[in-house]
Design a protein around this ligand. Structure first.
Ligand SMILES: Nc1ncnc2c1ncn2[C@@H]1O[C@H](COP(=O)(O)OP(=O)(O)O)[C@@H](O)[C@H]1O
Ligand SMILES: [Mg+2]
Length: 236
């Protein structure tokens, strides 16, 4: 498998103290990989370290086979790494079309192709993004990230603040995008079972330690996780 994202012994944290410990993680082209764990487990920290925003305290990160150096998130973006943060980072005063244009690069999917993934946006192209519903804003954040034609896509808490039915509709689109655009997706998600339902594999963090990894089917059935009451701490 050719990895689009790989961490080896990655430790990261804040003010010099690690909250993520020695993580080995891999995402292949066209794969959807869930990164799961309760609040404070270190999921967002992992994504920040992969994107180069947060310098690793130990270990290394590779994106598209190249080492990531800290403080150079723009270099990773150029290489083909897209990051949809928790707050979605949209320009609320700009329209749907303008937000997407900001993400577009040559070689990426066309505007029409993006609208096909998110038909709800197609009727709103001239609307300011601040006026969209939460679900539509999330679609726009995904569409803008895809507009750059990424090879790797990290999505942090896509479903935050969204009704479960919206999440159920959006996750299969993520799966379809991974397949059709050959993008490796690293998905941080509180809806564990829904996320595993569209994932190939997953990793489970707790207090910065990797406590389980495996295929989505293995994790869905993991007695170890169920007995620890672990999955019960999360929305299903
Ligand atoms: N900017 C920060 N400064 C100090 N500690 C932080 C900061 N951001 C997160 N943390 C701590 O790091 C740990 C992991 O946080 P985070 O990666 O955001 O977890 P998750 O995304 O899994 O909820 C938590 O204990 C959190 O309190
Ligand atoms: Mg987080």
């Amino acid at each position: 498998m050719s990895a689009v994202i790989r961490t080896t012994g990655l430790s990261a944290g804040y003010g010099g103290s690690a909250v993520l410990h020695k993580l080995d993680l891999e995402v292949g082209a066209g794969e959807v990989v869930s990164l799961l764990g309760p609040n404070g487990a270190g999921k967002t920290t992992t994504l920040l370290a992969i994107s180069g925003i947060l310098p690793p305290l130990a270990g290394k990160v590779e994106v598209l086979g190249e080492p990531v150096s800290a403080s150079e998130p723009h270099v990773n973006a150029r290489r083909g790494l897209a990051h949809v943060p928790e707050d979605r980072a949209l320009f609320f005063s700009l329209t749907v079309r303008e937000n997407i244009r900001l993400g577009q690069r040559s070689g990426g999917p066309s505007f029409e192709q993006l609208m096909e993934y998110f038909p709800a946006l197609a009727n709103r192209v001239s609307q300011r993004s601040g006026l969209l519903s939460g679900g539509e804003q999330q679609m726009l954040a995904l569409a803008r990230a895809l507009a750059g034609g990424p090879r790797a896509l990290m999505i942090d808490e896509m479903s935050l603040g969204l009704a479960p039915v919206i999440v159920e509709n959006l996750l299969p689109v993520v799966r379809r995008i991974a397949r059709e655009q050959a993008v490796g997706v690293l998905l941080v998600e509180q809806h564990v079972h829904l996320a595993l339902g569209i994932s190939d594999r997953g990793y489970v963090l707790r207090q910065g330690e990797l406590i389980a990894e495996g295929t989505a089917a293995e994790l869905q059935e993991s007695r170890q996780l169920l007995e620890a009451g672990y999955l019960g701490e999360l929305a299903v």
